[in-house]
Design a binder for this molecule. Structure first.
Ligand SMILES: [Zn+2]
Length: 101
Protein backbone atom coordinates (compact mmCIF):
# COMPACT_ATOMS: atom_id res chain seq x y z
CA UNK A 1 0.00 0.00 0.00
CA UNK A 2 2.91 2.35 0.69
CA UNK A 3 4.46 1.65 -2.67
CA UNK A 4 1.14 2.37 -4.26
CA UNK A 5 0.81 5.60 -2.34
CA UNK A 6 4.24 6.70 -3.50
CA UNK A 7 3.50 5.84 -7.09
CA UNK A 8 0.25 7.71 -6.96
CA UNK A 9 1.98 10.68 -5.37
CA UNK A 10 4.43 10.80 -8.22
CA UNK A 11 1.84 10.46 -10.96
CA UNK A 12 -0.43 12.94 -9.35
CA UNK A 13 2.03 15.51 -8.20
CA UNK A 14 -0.13 18.48 -9.10
CA UNK A 15 -3.01 17.38 -6.96
CA UNK A 16 -1.11 16.17 -3.93
CA UNK A 17 1.35 19.02 -4.24
CA UNK A 18 4.28 17.94 -2.10
CA UNK A 19 6.64 20.86 -2.31
CA UNK A 20 10.35 21.10 -1.68
CA UNK A 21 11.26 17.51 -1.03
CA UNK A 22 14.95 17.51 -1.48
CA UNK A 23 16.25 20.98 -0.68
CA UNK A 24 17.96 21.10 2.68
CA UNK A 25 17.19 24.77 3.07
CA UNK A 26 13.50 24.21 2.38
CA UNK A 27 13.03 21.70 5.16
CA UNK A 28 11.15 23.88 7.57
CA UNK A 29 9.65 26.27 5.05
CA UNK A 30 6.06 25.39 4.40
CA UNK A 31 6.28 22.24 6.43
CA UNK A 32 2.80 22.60 7.85
CA UNK A 33 1.36 23.02 4.41
CA UNK A 34 3.15 19.90 3.31
CA UNK A 35 1.77 18.02 6.30
CA UNK A 36 -1.76 18.99 5.33
CA UNK A 37 -1.11 17.79 1.81
CA UNK A 38 0.19 14.53 3.18
CA UNK A 39 -2.93 14.12 5.26
CA UNK A 40 -4.97 14.68 2.14
CA UNK A 41 -2.91 12.08 0.38
CA UNK A 42 -3.71 9.68 3.19
CA UNK A 43 -7.39 10.39 2.83
CA UNK A 44 -7.15 9.56 -0.85
CA UNK A 45 -5.45 6.35 0.10
CA UNK A 46 -8.33 5.48 2.40
CA UNK A 47 -6.30 5.27 5.57
CA UNK A 48 -9.07 6.60 7.73
CA UNK A 49 -7.57 5.82 11.08
CA UNK A 50 -4.21 7.22 10.08
CA UNK A 51 -5.82 10.40 8.77
CA UNK A 52 -7.78 10.88 11.90
CA UNK A 53 -4.68 10.56 14.00
CA UNK A 54 -2.57 12.71 11.67
CA UNK A 55 -5.18 15.47 11.54
CA UNK A 56 -5.61 15.47 15.28
CA UNK A 57 -1.87 15.77 15.65
CA UNK A 58 -1.79 18.55 13.08
CA UNK A 59 -4.35 20.44 15.12
CA UNK A 60 -2.61 20.10 18.44
CA UNK A 61 0.76 20.83 16.87
CA UNK A 62 2.36 17.47 17.58
CA UNK A 63 2.46 16.31 13.98
CA UNK A 64 6.01 15.45 13.00
CA UNK A 65 7.03 14.94 16.64
CA UNK A 66 7.86 11.58 18.09
CA UNK A 67 5.15 10.45 20.51
CA UNK A 68 7.76 8.81 22.72
CA UNK A 69 10.79 11.10 22.89
CA UNK A 70 9.26 14.31 21.48
CA UNK A 71 12.03 14.79 18.93
CA UNK A 72 11.25 15.85 15.38
CA UNK A 73 10.64 12.86 13.14
CA UNK A 74 12.93 12.72 10.13
CA UNK A 75 11.10 14.41 7.22
CA UNK A 76 12.15 11.55 4.96
CA UNK A 77 10.44 9.14 7.31
CA UNK A 78 7.30 11.27 7.45
CA UNK A 79 7.17 11.41 3.70
CA UNK A 80 7.37 7.64 3.43
CA UNK A 81 4.96 7.19 6.32
CA UNK A 82 2.95 10.36 6.98
CA UNK A 83 1.08 8.76 9.84
CA UNK A 84 4.25 7.76 11.68
CA UNK A 85 3.87 8.36 15.40
CA UNK A 86 7.47 7.85 16.39
CA UNK A 87 10.96 8.53 15.21
CA UNK A 88 12.75 5.55 13.71
CA UNK A 89 14.64 4.71 16.92
CA UNK A 90 11.54 4.81 19.12
CA UNK A 91 9.52 2.89 16.56
CA UNK A 92 12.10 0.12 16.63
CA UNK A 93 12.01 0.09 20.41
CA UNK A 94 8.21 0.06 20.38
CA UNK A 95 8.14 -2.87 17.98
CA UNK A 96 10.53 -4.79 20.18
CA UNK A 97 8.25 -4.21 23.15
CA UNK A 98 5.06 -4.87 21.21
CA UNK A 99 5.86 -7.34 18.45
CA UNK A 100 3.19 -7.55 15.76
CA UNK A 101 0.97 -10.56 16.43
ZN1 LIG B 1 11.55 9.10 19.39
Amino acid sequence: MLAEFRRETRDDEGQLGLPHHRGESDRSVGFEMEAVDLAQGLRDAGELQAIDSALRRLRDGSFGRCADCGDAIDPERLRAEPAALRCAACQRRHERRHPPA
